[in-house]
Design a protein around this ligand. Structure first.
Ligand code: FAD
Length: 334
């Protein structure tokens, strides 16, 4: 059993892991996404953040990399692609069970679940699931899946444009479709795609998927004229965003207000030993920002420490007075 189970590997969860390590507490981090970084990784990896102390400007993905290095340096155990479903009290602490059936135990729990578990937005087609992993993917996990004759990229945001640029040199033809003619992507990336061999078609959506066992063709539909067209396609990368869902956390006996969990000044919820910080936590004067979220993580960890060891001070002392960490970083488990 670890000292702290951190539910959510976003920026606030990563800072909680760092602070817990600093306070000599063992840590497990669990996240439903395949990568660390929460909203920064899933929603805006290529955007600059200007309001983090010490960084006049920093790309979200670069900040995540630094925060992960800082957060995991004390040897936190990390489980990705694991959505937390239930929280039970057990002797000496808590047990979280994930969707895959994995059971994780902690003397205390810190919930840094942001706006809830993310899942990719789907095309909403009847036979979509049949083709998952068989020519159809949400985002791009393995670039080699897209080195095909006819590639289709769906979406008009940063991810869609970035993948068009990165993948078209490896595909015979690349078509990118988007439902509108307005793009939510970096201007320079859009310019580069327009100047590339990518066939960018606006006002189109996917209407049907065809294939015998795997994707072979797609019917696209014009949003205005409703005219359809069947095009040969061997691989599709869908990049139309993510949706978040508080889901099972609503039934964990926590005091919920809207989509947030109520906490006190120690960032402890109504369940003793269960804390919350970051976007998910609600208290008077709350601001949903990175700078304030990481401060909440620090508070939550320091009071979790006093729950485990009542003789410990909540105030951690100054990090400048501490020796450097010596433990090695274990591999991330997926
Ligand atoms: P999140 O980043 O949401 O991370 C929560 C993690 O918990 C996620 O990885 C999620 O998968 C995981 N999780 C949730 N439920 C479960 C579950 N049941 N099981 C397992 N895992 C779960 N803030 C600023 O301060 N400055 C900015 O410039 C800024 N720009 C932004 C731009 C955009 C486009 C957006 C969308 C937000 C921006 N924000 C900004 C807000 C900032 O990103 C959030 O405040 C921050 O991400 C909150 O961090 P968090 O760790 O609390 O939550």
């Amino acid at each position: 059993m670890k000292d702290v189970l951190i539910l959510g590997g976003g920026p606030v969860g990563l800072f909680a892991a760092y602070y817990a390590g600093l306070r000599q507490m063992s840590v497990t981090i669990v996240d439903s996404l395949p990568e660390l970084g929460g909203q920064l990784t899933a929603l805006y990896p290529e955007k600059y953040i200007y309001d983090m102390p010490g960084f006049p400007k920093v790309l979200a993905k670069d900040l995540v990399r630094e925060m992960a290095e800082q957060g995991l340096q004390y040897g936190a155990e990390v489980f990705l692609d694991e959505r937390c479903e239930s929280l039970a009290e057990i002797t000496g602490g808590f047990e979280i069970t994930t969707l895959s059936g994995r059971k994780l135990q902690g003397r205390t729990v810190i919930i840094t679940a942001g706006v809830g578990a993310f899942s990719p937005r789907t095309l909403g087609l009847e036979n979509e699931e049949l083709f998952l992993g068989k020519g159809l993917w949400y985002g791009v996990r393995d670039k080699s899946n897209f080195a095909v004759k006819n590639l289709l990229i769906v979406g008009g945001g940063d991810s869609a444009f970035d993948w068009s640029l990165a993948l078209h040199p490896h595909a015979g033809t690349t078509t990118q479709i988007h439902r509108r003619d307005v793009f939510v992507a970096h201007e320079d990336t859009v310019r580069q795609v327009l100047a590339s061999p990518v066939n960018l078609r606006t006002f189109y959506e996917v209407a049907e998927l065809h294939g015998n066992g795997r994707v072979e063709a797609v019917t696209i539909r014009h949003m205005k004229t409703k005219e359809t067209e069947r095009i040969p396609v061997d691989a599709i990368s869908v990049n139309i965003g993510f949706q978040a869902d508080l889901g099972p956390l609503r039934h964990w006996g926590l005091e919920i207000e809207g989509n947030q969990i109520k906490v006190n000044e120690r960032r402890e919820t109504n369940r003793t030993g269960v804390f919350a910080a970051g976007d998910i936590a609600q208290f008077e004067g709350k601001l949903r920002l990175l700078a304030t979220g990481v401060g909440e993580a620090c508070t939550a960890v320091c009071y979790a420490k006093t729950r485990i060891d009542p003789s410990a001070h909540a105030f951690p002392g100054h990090s400048t007075n501490l020796p450097p960490p010596s433990r090695s970083i274990p591999p991330i488990q997926r």
